[in-house]
Design a binder for this molecule. Structure first.
Ligand code: ADP
Ligand code: MG
Length: 449
């Protein structure tokens, strides 16, 4: 960008339909007094990047497209382009700006998002994970105004006054609140650009979605990503992204298996030659385990504990297989009989018992997936082993338990909680190679992959 000639760049981009004006950057930034822009009633301002000697301004208007490129050397050029007949004004403005969107692509960062039921992670191409925050949103009940997103919202869980609720819009792997999901995506996409020298908009975005989601939900994520400012949006099924992030050879003629245990869903998939040969998704994962612990505390100790306490107990002493050294910890809550605060000492053996229901369901699901796997691929899996990803796979003894149950080598992938986001990031690094594994989504009558 530094040292570019604005007039020639504009020419190349937009052909001859443009006018040039001389102006200082200060003049240009003052749109309202600019003779050209003064005709326009309500410009929908898209972006200004001011970190380089060259300024970039893009403006769009309801019935005409206008762009400006302003250089620090005081030359500004503008272009107007007639609109094609269009059915929606939003779409028509976008179509006007297509060449510019290509230009934006040079400066924006491609980002991969793991839109998890429990945590949202954002990876930037060639840069790695830049955001890792809980998928929580705090909203005002009556006005529906979003008050906090991410870590800040999670901090509020269980502590909100009556008129504020903290919710997880994707709790069970489905999008329960479209508007809230959209705001959350918007927040994370914007935040991923924070702290960069040049604040660049309109990234190309690859979003990981649970494999069980319906076409309507896929469309909802796609639309939310586009309205959050993405230039291009692609969806990838989470187990695919997790397998890529875990370095499984999914495009080769060899079977590989991933089990992604998240907050709301457990996804099991077997791959070969870039396709998913077996795919299963159940709504039993980390959240269900927290509920198991809450139920156990209530039934055994008449103790009412919060979700976050249950999660802490699970992470600290929870297990799926006997531990080399069993542990205990204090579990605090309210005694349901006395109504007073109470604390009981629980052991890892008790918590393992409490979690056994959910763990057994996951074990059963993996066995069913193996049952469906063709024998040739089973032979490959016996050699390759089964990779575990997602936060739920960090439950102590999970890999051992699954190894015992399946009589195969089961291992937790490196950095298991970031596999999906890293996988989405890798897709962006080698977009052409991975293009075909992206989930199919319909847009404007066109099939995008
Ligand atoms: P999602 O992809 O659905 O957002 P994640 O992969 O981020 O889910 O995993 C979140 C789940 O993992 C939560 O239920 C959390 O309690 C659980 N989790 C995270 N760390 C651990 C741990 N060390 N032991 C057991 N469970 C864990
Ligand atoms: Mg996940």
């Amino acid at each position: 960008m530094v040292g570019f000639e604005p007039t020639t760049t504009c020419d190349n981009l937009l052909g001859k339909q443009m006018r040039y004006h001389c102006a200082t950057p200060a003049d240009a930034l003052n749109y309202s007094t600019h003779p050209f822009l003064a005709q326009v009633s309500s410009p929908d301002y898209i972006s200004v990047g001011t970190s380089l000697p060259t300024f970039l301004i893009f403006l769009s208007f309801p019935n005409r497209g206008v762009c400006g490129i302003i250089s620090g050397r005081g030359v500004m050029c503008e272009a107007t382009m007639p609109l094609c007949v269009a059915d929606s004004k939003e779409r028509s403005v976008k179509s006007v700006f297509n060449p510019l969107r290509a230009l934006l692509g040079l400066f924006s960062l491609d980002i991969g998002i793991d839109l998890g039921t429990a945590n949202t992670l954002v990876a930037i191409r060639n840069r790695g994970i830049v955001i890792n925050e809980p998928s929580w949103v705090a909203i005002h009940k009556r006005t529906k105004q979003v008050l906090a997103i991410g870590s800040e919202a999670k901090e509020m869980v269980g502590r909100t006054p009556a008129d504020i609720v903290a919710i997880r819009p994707l709790r069970d792997g489905v999008i329960s609140e479209f508007d809230v999901t959209e705001k959350m995506l918007d927040y994370f996409i914007r935040k991923s650009h924070d702290g960069l020298l040049l604040s660049v908009p309109n990234p190309r975005v690859v979003v990981g979605i649970p494999s069980g989601v319906t076409e309507v939900e896929k469309r909802a994520v796609y639309d939310a990503t586009i309205s959050a400012g993405a230039r291009e949006a692609y969806l990838i099924e989470e187990p695919v992204a997790a397998a890529i992030g875990a370095n499984l050879p999914i495009t080769e003629a060899i079977g590989s298996m991933i089990v992604d245990i998240g907050g709301g869903t457990t996804e099991v998939a077997v791959f070969s030659l870039g396709g998913m040969v077996v795919r299963r998704s159940i709504r039993v994962a980390g959240d269900e385990m927290d509920e198991d612990i809450m139920n156990y505390a209530r039934q055994k100790y008449n103790l009412l504990i919060g979700e976050r306490t249950a999660e802490r107990v699970k992470m600290t002493i929870g297990s799926a297989y006997p531990l080399p050294e069993e542990k205990t910890m204090a579990m605090r809550g309210r005694n349901l009989i006395t109504g007073l605060p109470d604390s009981v000492e629980v052991s890892s053996i008790e918590i393992r018992e409490a979690l056994s229901g959910s763990v057994n369901v996951i074990v059963e699901e993996i066995r069913n997936a193996l049952d469906e796997t063709p024998p040739e691929l089973i032979a490959d899996l016996m050699e390759q082993g089964i990779a575990l990803a997602g936060g739920g796979s960090l439950l102590q003894g999970m890999a051992e338990r699954l190894s015992e149950e399946t009589r195969m080598h089961v291992y937790v992938a490196e950095d298991a909680m970031t596999c999906v986001a890293r996988g989405a990031g890798k897709v962006l690094e080698d977009f052409d190679a991975f293009r075909r594994v992206l989930a199919l989504t319909q847009r404007n009558g066109r099939v995008r992959r």
